[in-house]
Design a protein around this ligand. Structure first.
Ligand code: GLC
Ligand code: CA
Length: 587
């Protein structure tokens, strides 16, 4: 097939968590008509791709990441006609639509799992064809097959076998060992059994379903937790029970992705895929996000977000160290250059709000710090992702009691760590307010009316009370808002090739306060300088930018009044981007 230019290299993606975006029928749950209603808003921001989190039929233990039918829409969100309208209306505005494919696991309420758990054989003694759709293993020494711990807590194995003839089996709840038969594997919660990609029958079902979606006209996929589809086939114990190293990037992973590409992705011109892959390294990115289109378009790596705790233990007050972050970003930016494509993100539906992680989210410089953080990512090489509300500078929320928390991960952690004495209830609530995923899931703040203009009903999760100060209506009306800063950053990416194509070079790398770098093309350079602190700081600028020759230097964007940028002295949270063009003073 002929190669088309990769449109997604110039794209900026807007991520929607539909449950929290916009509710049009007053049931407190965001819906697809709400997404359609806000397409013009997204267009105005300048994003030309949407990644929408799962809207499929689901048991909702993990808000849609536990699918019961891949080809139906959950009634909370709307109908299949709504999806079709969304595709058409997005395309009419020049916006691509990516859907979220959760194919490492299903819900335990998926019909495949109902069938699978009935045992290896049917009552007549013939093999149960659905058994191989999931991963079943006999127990060992009176317990689970190995010591793997599920990402959402507890053992990654649950014993559950129902013969299907007994009425009570229909109510057989997953998550409780029923004392019979084999154990099934679930990397996340017991309600999310892992699919067995070793089965070619299962793979064919998945591939057919993905083609069905592409035939509807979507423009690609975000592949949820895809690094886990191949596991170490010997299912070894790990030293500390950490499941990630042995359950991800197993020996057949490359073959599975290649097959997915051959049988599905390569059949459609011009689609984009982004693969969620914790445990990623630039070496892995080079394989799975390479330039020859044989795998995925790009991946999400997690190393930069792991710097303040990491997946293995996220419940900590640790802060990201700027120097570590700079080294890491340099490592990704330089190693992928010309070999693979980066995705750029600080925020998504699994992360606390970035402006509470860095920046002055509670203070007077909130907006300034938000713009600085935005400039830093948007000037790197890769495809930027803006998570709903990020463009307004939305922040973490304070959870006043555990009753306000909805997320399965936070609730499980609360149970575990308050029971075993690791944290007091107050400490754990603090940590959930700091690190929990619900911070990203509070309703989008549209205006200062009731419930932030999200819903006329009772929202499924609390609204952040700061919506009276932080909301879209206010920001759209104010030219100096965070929204308009993002809009400008996105326009710059569309205007200046160097933002897409330039080589990355660190500036003053060991500076503990300032994140500065260059983007370089043969006859052009871009200098990006960001003070990550709440105090004045200085930076050693590259000499070619300090040359007396003023010709060909222009400030493309700044969040302050950096008229004296050449002295390298910065006020708190200052950020500026200078472009130097033609050949003035360049080597
Ligand atoms: C991914 C999703 C997350 C979900 C998990 C299990 O990490 O982003 O929200 O809970 O996979 O599907
Ligand atoms: Ca609704």
């Amino acid at each position: 097939m002929k190669r088309l230019p990769k449109w997604w290299k110039k794209s900026v993606v807007y991520q929607i968590y539909p449950r929290s975006f916009r509710d049009t029928n007053g049931d407190g749950i965001g819906d697809l008509p709400g997404v359609i209603e806000k397409l013009d808003y997204i267009r105005e921001l300048g994003c030309d791709t949407i990644w929408i989190c799962p809207f499929f039929e689901s048991s909702n233990y993990d808000n849609g990441y536990d699918i019961t039918d891949y080809e139906k829409v959950l009634a909370d969100f709307g109908t299949m006609e709504d999806v079709e309208t969304l595709i058409a209306e997005a395309h009419a505005r020049g916006i691509h639509l990516l859907i979220d494919m959760v194919v490492n696991h299903t819900s335990c309420k998926h019909p495949w799992f109902f069938e699978s758990r009935k045992g290896r054989e049917n009552p007549m003694g013939t093999p149960n064809p659905f058994r191989e759709y999931y991963i079943w293993k006999p127990g060992k020494n009176g317990g689970a097959p190995n010591n793997w711990e599920a990402i959402f807590g507890g053992s990654a194995w649950t014993q559950c076998e129902c013969d299907g003839n007994n009425k009570s089996d229909e109510n057989c709840e997953c998550g409780e060992n029923n004392g019979r038969g084999e154990y099934y594997l679930h990397i996340f919660s017991p309600m999310q059994p892992d699919l067995n990609w070793e089965s070619s029958k299962l793979r064919d079902e998945i591939f057919r379903m993905m083609r069905w979606w592409l035939d509807k006209g979507i423009d690609g996929f975000r592949m949820d937790a895809v690094c886990y589809i191949s596991k170490d086939p010997s299912f070894p114990d790990t030293t500390d029970g950490n499941i990630r190293p042995c359950a991800s990037f197993g020996p057949h992973f490359q073959a599975f992705v290649r097959e997915l590409n051959e049988k599905v992705l390569s059949k459609y011109e011009n689609i984009m895929t982004v693969a969620e892959m914790s445990e990623s390294t630039p070496e892995r990115a080079e394989i799975y996000a390479n330039e020859d289109d044989s795998m995925f378009s790009m991946i999400f790596q997690f190393q930069h977000l792991d710097l303040d705790g990491g997946d293995s233990f996220k419940w900590t007050h640790r802060r990201i160290n700027l120097r570590e972050l700079k080294h890491l970003m340099e490592y990704w930016q330089t190693n992928l250059y010309g070999r693979a494509w980066n995705s750029l993100y600080w925020s998504n539906h699994d992360q606390p709000r970035i402006f509470s992680r860095f920046g002055d989210s509670e203070g007077p410089l909130h907006e300034k710090s938000a713009k600085m953080i935005a400039a830093c990512t948007h000037m790197m090489q890769g495809t930027p992702y803006v998570f709903q509300g990020e463009e307004l500078g939305m922040t973490n929320v304070r959870f006043e009691s555990i009753e306000e928390v909805r997320d399965i991960e936070s609730l499980n952690a609360w149970k575990k760590f308050t029971a075993d004495g690791t944290f007091s209830e107050a400490e754990m609530l603090d940590l959930i307010s700091l690190r929990g995923r619900d911070n990203a899931r509070t309703p989008m703040q549209w205006d200062d009316s009731q419930n932030a203009g999200f819903s006329t009903g009772t929202p499924w999760i609390k609204v952040n009370p700061n919506y009276t100060q932080i909301n879209a209506a206010d920001q759209l009306a104010r030219p100096d808002s965070v929204f308009h800063f993002y809009q400008k950053l996105i326009q710059l990416r569309k205007t200046y090739e160097i933002i897409t194509a330039g080589r990355y070079e660190s500036v003053d790398l060991e500076n503990p306060d300032v994140f500065a770098f260059l983007r370089v093309l043969p006859d052009e350079k871009l200098l990006v300088v960001c003070n990550f602190t709440n105090h004045p700081a200085s930076v050693a600028l590259p000499k070619e930018f300090l040359s007396e020759n003023e010709k060909g230097k222009e400030i493309l964007i700044t969040n302050g009044s950096c008229t004296n940028w050449k002295d390298g002295k910065l006020e708190a949270y200052d950020a500026f981007v200078v472009r130097m063009f033609e050949t003035c003073g360049m080597v």
